[in-house]
Design a protein around this ligand. Structure first.
Ligand SMILES: Cc1cc2nc3c(=O)[nH]c(=O)nc-3n(C[C@H](O)[C@H](O)[C@H](O)COP(=O)(O)OP(=O)(O)OC[C@H]3O[C@@H](n4cnc5c(N)ncnc54)[C@H](O)[C@@H]3O)c2cc1C
Length: 418
């Protein structure tokens, strides 16, 4: 028997925690170094959707035109803060190049496979003792209110059927049959019965406790500031709390990942995509099934006795400040889909902003870096980091074990933009 390998995971978000879990399960010693507290990046108060129905990447045909229409309107679902930032301009150009039918088709199949595999892993995780994170497999309801929204939703439903994801088109009466307690204003919807949801803060907390019990070491409030290198590899990370050596290193720093590896002269194109959530207690509206409001791009997720509204995509750099104008625009869009909701009252809920780590082609970076053979990327999951966290962790564990990964990693190579 060889010695146990020691793996250091940089970043304690959903992806870092899941990675630690699957590495530990294969017998590795694992340390997580987290700049702040566990989950404080994007992983605590997001919409909590686990969505095989989200198989279309952000970069898809039609998105560039839609983006151009939306990007300068401060109240639209997508907003790009106008600025002359070379990284942003390069990212936008790469995004446009990735939005072709051919590249999107390849990405769709991969995202489908990853999210289906991840959902199965969530079912396993939810059955582990103590892992009570309000995992529910109630599906997802996509609601539309305009003819244009209807066309988009039905097209997605058709595409879903083609790749084996169940989707049921519903008129307003059928919406009522599915959720009798709700006052639907939407014209209709598409129901994806295979989707699930959870409460992300509970998931992060349960997993943290489980990992501690399994012997994973947490180093919190400690920022990775650099690396100690050897020819074509890394021996240690330097941090605000000293130097930590390991055999392998996993980059799971979410939107901060490009900054973390800059001193290695490695570049991965990524832009933080800011989103907001507003969580209310004792909502008069009590859905059982999470909803996505198609035209407004807003998610509505039941979480225990609370209801969470999330949305917006704002490319404004590493800035997690709350812009109330955009939060109000998000809330204002809801009554057109659902009766009994008062945006002014919702504003009194808990408001949170998180940064989604967005890559230009809508696919994460998972795999070893070519120039540093013991540095593995596990980042860039954009809008589906909760969905894909378990499968990402499992893939990293397979890489460390030297096994053939259960999903082909070719399109996820961290060096694919070099
Ligand atoms: C409004 C909103 C709604 C969303 N809804 C969903 C959803 O329904 N379903 C879904 O699948 N996804 C959703 N997402 C996306 C999801 O939240 C992210 O993709 C996911 O949380 C990313 O996880 P991560 O672990 O990669 O990054 P993070 O959670 O951001 O974790 C990275 C961690 O690295 C730490 N870090 C940074 N720099 C350093 C350093 N130098 N040293 C040490 N640590 C460092 C950070 O503090 C942070 O904790 C949503 C996002 C938002 C904003």
């Amino acid at each position: 028997m060889g010695e146990r390998r020691h793996i250091l995971v940089i970043g304690g978000g959903a992806v870092g925690l899941c990675t630690a879990h699957y590495l530990r399960a294969t017998g590795c010693d694992v340390t997580i170094v987290e700049r702040g507290v566990i989950g404080e990046g994007a992983s605590l108060h997001n919409a909590g959707l686990i969505v095989p129905s989200h198989f279309i990447p952000l970069a898809a045909p039609g998105m560039v035109m839609l983006g151009l229409r939306w990007m300068l309107r401060p109240e639209s679902p997508l907003y790009v803060k106008p600025r002359l930032d070379p990284d942003l301009l390069t990212w936008l150009w790469q995004f446009a190049l990735a939005s072709t039918a051919k590249r999107t088709e390849r990405a769709i199949l991969l995202l489908r496979d990853m999210s289906i595999a991840s959902l199965a892993l969530y079912e396993e995780l939810a059955s582990v003792r103590g892992m009570k994170f309000e995992f529910r497999k109630n599906g997802l309801l996509m609601l539309f209110r305009t003819a244009h929204g209807r066309v988009g939703s039905l097209k997605s439903a058709e595409q879903a059927a083609k790749i084996g994801i169940e989707a049921r088109v519903l008129d307003r009466n059928q919406l009522h049959d599915l959720e009798p307690g709700l006052d639907f204003k939407a014209e209709g919807g598409v129901y994806y019965p295979g989707d699930a949801h959870l409460t992300p803060a509970l998931f992060v907390e349960c997993l943290r406790e489980h990992l501690i019990a399994q012997g994973v070491r947490f180093v919190g409030s400690t920022r990775v500031t650099g690396f100690v290198t050897r020819p074509s590899g890394i021996t240690a990370v330097t941090t605000t709390g000293g130097t930590y050596a390991a055999d392998e290193f996993v980059l799971a720093g979410g939107s901060w990942s490009p900054m973390i590896i800059r001193s290695l002269r490695l570049t991965i194109p990524m832009q933080p995509g800011k989103g907001y959530s507003v969580t209310v207690k004792n909502s008069p509206v009590r859905p059982r099934i999470p909803m996505l409001l198609e035209e407004a791009r807003v998610a509505v997720t039941p979480m225990g006795d609370r209801l969470r509204f999330s949305g917006t995509m704002e490319l404004s750099g590493l800035d997690s400040s709350v812009n109330m104008r955009r939060v109000r625009a998000l809330l204002k869009s809801i009554p057109a889909y659902l009766g009994g909701v008062d945006p002014a009252q919702l504003e009194q809920g808990e408001i949170w902003a998180g940064l989604r780590p967005c890559t230009p082609d809508g696919l994460p970076f998972v795999g070893r870096f070519r120039n540093f053979d013991n540095l593995i990327a596990a980042t860039g999951h954009a809008m589906v980091g909760i969905s894909l966290a378990p499968i990402t962790g499992k893939l990293v564990a397979e890489i460390v074990q030297g096994r053939i990964p259960s999903i082909d990693l070719h399109l996820l190579r961290p060096d694919r933009y070099r």
